[in-house]
Design a protein around this ligand. Structure first.
Ligand SMILES: *[C@@H]1O[C@H](CO)[C@@H](O)[C@H](O)[C@H]1NC(C)=O
Length: 254
């Protein structure tokens, strides 16, 4: 990871580096680089709660701190509602239009997605379905199915996990954020309308390296007593279903 970090520092130095600048809070800032670490604290000891990439833009939250050889800028809502710190070497300032989709409350995702997410969250809160608040791996992050749905309902992108597993030893789950697919959310909602369901994972956890989960286009549901129902409903919604034994996987490729 260190090698990647240094490489990016060099290759992006010409286009991105706001080190030394003191922009106003609310200034739109865009990432320049791939797999850039966003940390909970300024400094290399701050834990990495998200990885961000070129094209991801966030409003500046106001914090600037120089430590460990870098000047760190605090960006808003990088991971759901979390404000995280990114080294200035990987940041450009941008016109506010690059951040306007976030301020309109949709996180750049569709209003329909937000609407379904809020309805799913309401079902969770009333006990009609259960959105899991853990990963089978035991890894703690902001990408549990509960977080994904709550963040989408709150107008943010859903967080993707960032860790490795046997199914994808390298590079592992990629991290970052993603808009959840509308059809996927409609499927989860309709599953809940028909009866109780336990939603294991949406964009979170580590799966095979090219998993549709990382694109916000797949869900894993505990089969309970509705195994064939979940598979049939997935197909009827235009999805592709796979019975993986301890869960039903349903993905939406288009
Ligand atoms: C970024 O800019 C600062 C201040 O101008 C400078 O000291 C630093 O060397 C630059 N870093 C890179 C990687 O270009």
């Amino acid at each position: 990871m260190w090698r990647v970090f240094l490489l990016l520092t060099l290759s992006w130095a010409v286009t991105a580096n706001i080190t030394g600048q003191h922009p106003k809070s609310g200034t739109c800032m865009c990432i320049s680089g791939t797999g850039v670490h966003a940390r909970t604290k300024a400094g290399l000891s701050g834990s990495i709660h998200a990885t961000v990439n070129s094209g991801d833009c966030f409003k500046f939250h106001g914090g600037i701190l120089t430590t460990d050889g870098y000047t760190w800028y605090q960006l808003q809502h990088v991971s759901g509602s979390e404000n995280l710190w990114v080294a200035g070497n990987f940041i450009n300032t941008a016109t506010s239009s690059h951040c306007s989709s976030t301020s309109s409350g949709s996180g750049g995702c569709t209003a329909t997605a937000k609407d379904y997410a809020c309805r799913i969250l309401a079902m969770h809160n009333s006990g009609k379905i259960h959105l899991w608040e853990r990963h089978p791996s035991g890894v703690h992050d902001n990408a549990y199915s509960y977080n994904n749905i709550k963040d989408t309902c709150d107008g943010h992108k859903a967080t993707v996990s960032h860790y490795t597993c046997a199914e994808c030893r390298s590079p592992g789950a990629p991290g970052g954020q993603v808009c959840l697919n509308e059809q996927l959310l409609k499927y989860i909602y309709d599953v809940g309308v028909k009866g109780y369901a336990h939603i294991n994972e949406v964009a979170g956890a580590c799966h095979s390296c090219h998993s549709y989960h990382y694109r916000g286009r797949a869900v894993d549901i505990d089969p309970g007593s509705r195994r064939s129902d979940f598979i049939t409903m997935c197909r009827n919604h235009g999805g592709w279903a796979l019975d993986e034994g301890n869960h039903i996987h349903c993905e939406f490729r288009h």
